[in-house]
Ligand binder design. Structure first.
Ligand code: NAI
Ligand code: MG
Length: 373
């Protein structure tokens, strides 16, 4: 009989494999009626095929209800080219992060990152932290419009259009590089609206808009102005804003003063790791990449190559990502069961992975959580 859900299962590289195996133990325990379909993604496919996100995986994602993703290894363009199979070298293949491509291709514009301190976690920076980050996921400095070697035509246009650019006039084309920060009104508005709608739905009190509009005036100015306009539709929710540098300090100083946060892509990426660290570190940072038709859930962390295959790292981030997937699918009861089990295991303190000061392995932690589901 056909299962209720088709879930793409993208393990990726390094500890992506370890933590996904752990998450599967928990999903099996809550008996989600799903077929899990493995998909190829990551470094080995770049090396062998020159594509870390092969077309067959793109097709798979078009056919599923949701996806779980572990992590991938990314390297700078030149280092990546050197690792290509010899027969692919010199063909002009350019490495791009598959997760960034996936977010753009499927328009997964919301990156939702809850950061909640589960009581008695020895790693909590403070008890009661309960922050929710909304990171714009498709544009900004991650738009992918970059020039390692700047074409003369682009240089000449920039000199013509932008007086400060004259400072770079004397440089040769390979002596500088350009990465474009591109933010649209539509892209800003939909992530900001998503943050406010979440705040309304879950009776949150405040949305804080992160930017650097005093210096990065064009793009961050647009983001901030858009936020002020959107906020008018949500009079019951307070809005404030802060520069990315200042909020790094304020979040550490007074994390309980913050509630829902919304940021353009890069600042959201940076602030999410800080928020994750305040509630236990990357081993607790879970994430959903959410679009209109598809959502892909993953831990915030990367492939941590030095721990790959050791079954040492903390799977809770990925288990909580699976919980987010269940919420998104409308499977609220098993989602609640998983979160309650995580909270109970953390509270008891018997199972602790190395990052929590213990010796529990990745899969033992998953089984401890599954046993409480
Ligand atoms: P990372 O997140 O992989 O690891 C940094 C450190 O965080 C680790 O060395 C470890 O000490 C700790 N850590 C990470 N996950 C943990 C867990 N589950 N339990 C306990 N401790 C954990 O970041 P790093 O080292 O900067 O990047 C490694 C690779 O991952 C790079 O190739 C990078 O490009 C890639 N990356 C991929 C991401 C993704 O797939 N979404 C996100 C971030 C990085
Ligand atoms: Mg990150």
């Amino acid at each position: 009989m056909a299962k209720k859900y088709r879930i793409a299962w993208l393990q990726g590289d390094g500890i992506g494999k370890d933590v996904m195996e752990a998450a599967k133990i928990v999903l099996d325990r809550v008996q989600l009626d799903a077929e899990y379909i493995p998909g190829d993604i990551g470094w080995e496919f770049w090396r062998r095929e020159g594509d870390a996100f092969p077309q067959r995986t793109i097709e798979l994602l078009k056919s599923v209800d949701a996806a779980m993703f572990g992590a991938i290894t990314s390297k700078p363009v030149k280092a990546a080219e050197k690792e290509l199979d010899l027969k692919l070298q010199g063909k002009g293949l350019v490495y791009r992060s598959p997760i960034v491509r996936m977010r753009q291709l499927f328009d997964l514009y919301v990156c939702l990152r809850p950061c909640k301190a589960y009581p008695h976690n020895p790693l909590n920076f403070k008890e009661n932290i309960d922050l929710v980050m909304f990171r714009e996921n498709t544009e900004d400095l991650y738009a992918g419009v970059e020039f390692n070697t700047v074409p003369d035509k682009l240089r000449d246009t920039l000199i013509e259009l932008s007086p400060p650019f004259k400072a770079f006039k004397s440089l040769k084309s390979d002596e500088y590089a350009i990465s474009c920060k591109i933010n649209t009104k539509k892209g800003s508005e939909r992530i900001i609206r998503a943050a406010f709608e979440f705040a309304r739905k879950f009776k949150r009190k405040k949305v804080t808009v992160i930017h650097k509009a005093n210096v990065v005036r064009a793009t961050d100015g647009l983001f901030l102005e858009t936020a002020k306009a959107v906020a008018k539709d949500f009079p019951e929710i307070a809005m404030d804003d802060a520069n990315i540098d200042a909020i790094m300090m304020w979040l550490l100083k007074n994390p309980l003063n913050y509630d829902v946060l919304v940021a353009p892509n890069l600042y959201g990426d940076i602030a999410s790791d800080l928020c994750a660290q305040m509630v236990g570190g990357l081993g607790f940072g879970c994430s959903g990449n959410i679009g209109k038709g598809l959502a892909v859930f993953e831990p915030t962390h990367g492939s941590a190559p030095k721990y790959a295959g050791l079954y040492k790292v903390n799977p809770i981030a990925t288990i909580l990502a699976a919980k987010m997937m269940l919420d998104w699918l409308g499977e609220v009861k098993p989602a609640q069961a998983i979160e309650a089990a995580v909270a109970a295991v953390v509270r008891e303190g018997k199972a602790r992975t190395y990052d929590m000061g213990g010796t529990t392995t990745t899969l033992e932690m998953a089984r401890a959580i599954a046993d409480k589901c």
